[in-house]
Design a binder for this molecule. Structure first.
Ligand SMILES: Nc1ncnc2c1ncn2[C@@H]1O[C@H](COP(=O)(O)OP(=O)(O)O)[C@@H](O)[C@H]1O
Ligand SMILES: [Mg+2]
Length: 370
């Protein structure tokens, strides 16, 4: 799978730009704040149907733009595809595949597929649970399109319930809506939990193998954790649902008192240990880096396994953060897939890969030797 051309209009700091890519390694060079990460974000967007860093569509539109558009063309599953995302101020975004408007993100996400690796991922082990949920969400959205739709619905319902819990004392009428929100949140949580648990099970196997290989036999273990009453998170959603309803029922009073949503998939996490000890507290910096790297490479393998080909790999400023041995470890596992590597202009690291060099400057992309 690869993307051979992209055009960006009104997207972040790109007013009107385009680029052509190599099907192998692409090095995106440029000084700070020129738009390197924005370009990766656009590539990720047309793959996953969501940004890896923006919370709203407005953020993605140029400061002065009323409309933004990202369009990419390439080959995936041996089929030529043209995917397009259009943002219009005050309206819902449009998702288009081969000139056909898609009703939901479900049929858009995963036409192309991408795995992103950025410096924050090096915090996967020591950082908060949100980082680990982000890994699950960004990946599963592409692998299981139904998940992308469920996650959007979940986020909306979660915000709705949070508002009720926050305001119910001032507006007691809101309490009449709580049962419905509980039901919807439990139903969607059960779906998310089912997908996440099965994803983490696969991730755990791959990551343990890769980590063991790199570290000379250290044992990396990943375990998905969720709402306490759930007995088997990998079970079908229909079996998880009543267990969440039960937890919710028991916590109704506490939710009203604390004004917080205490039941649902929003607090899920991945427990990580190295050689039997919780990595968050005990792993050394070297161990946490290797573990994070192993998790990302495991993600890549899962995508490859499902697609039958490598997904796009986006490395945002991450190579320069790693020592040479770890850099080689990544570069040797890229396979024949398409890769995008951002780096500062003076960096040798990425250029050593021998890929096509593109230079980004003030929201324009120039072929090397512009
Ligand atoms: N919505 C937006 N509209 C216009 N410019 C934006 C928008 N969002 C970010 N930018 C600009 O993009 C630049 C950062 O781009 P980025 O891709 O993160 O840089 P880098 O090349 O360092 O990775 C900043 O100058 C920022 O002001
Ligand atoms: Mg950047």
């Amino acid at each position: 799978m690869y993307i051979d051309a992209i055009t960006l209009q009104g997207f972040r700091n790109y007013v009107d730009a385009g680029a052509e890519f190599s099907g192998g390694i692409n090095v995106i060079a440029g000084a700070n704040a020129q738009g390197k990460t924005n370009l990766l974000e656009a590539i990720f967007l047309v793959c996953a149907g969501r940004s890896f860093r923006a919370r709203s569509d407005r953020e993605l539109m140029g400061f002065d733009a009323d409309m933004a558009r990202v369009e990419a063309h390439g080959l995936s599953g041996e089929r030529e595809r043209r995917v397009e995302v259009i943002f219009t101020r005050g309206r819902r975004r449009q998702l288009i595949v081969n000139s056909v408007k898609q009703k939901t993100v479900e049929t858009f996400a995963g036409n192309f597929s991408a795995v992103l690796f950025c410096p924050e991922d090096l915090n996967l082990i020591k950082g908060g649970a949100a980082e680990r949920r982000r890994l699950m969400d960004l990946s599963i959205c592409q692998l299981r399109p139904r998940y992308a739709a469920a996650l959007n619905e979940f986020n909306r319902a979660y915000e709705g319930k949070t508002r009720i819990l926050r305001d119910w004392e001032e507006k007691p009428d809101l309490l009449g809506l709580l049962d419905e929100y509980d039901y919807v949140l439990a139903r969607l949580s059960a779906e998310l939990i089912h997908y996440r648990a099965n994803f983490v099970e696969k991730l755990a196997g791959e990551a343990a193998r890769i980590h063991g290989e790199f570290s000379g036999g250290e044992k990396l273990e990943l375990r998905y954790t969720t709402v306490k009453t759930v007995t088997d998170p990998t079970a079908p959603a229909a079996r998880i649902f009543p267990e969440i309803m039960e937890h919710q029922r028991r916590h109704r009073e506490a939710e009203l008192a604390s004004r917080l949503c205490l039941t649902g998939a929003h607090k899920d996490d991945i427990e990580i240990s190295v050689n039997g000890a919780p990595a968050r507290s005990f792993a050394s910096q070297g161990q946490t880096r290797t573990a994070a790297l192993s998790m990302k490479l495991a993600e890549l393998e899962i995508h490859r396994g499902q697609l039958g080909e490598y997904p796009l790999l986006l490395l945002d400023d991450v190579l320069s953060e790693l020592d040479e041995r770890r850099q080689d470890f990544i570069l040797n596992r890229i396979g024949g897939g398409q890769v995008f590597i951002t780096c500062c202009e003076d960096e040798k690291v990425a250029k050593r890969t021998g890929g096509r060099v593109l230079t980004v400057e003030a929201g324009n992309v120039y072929p090397s030797g512009k």
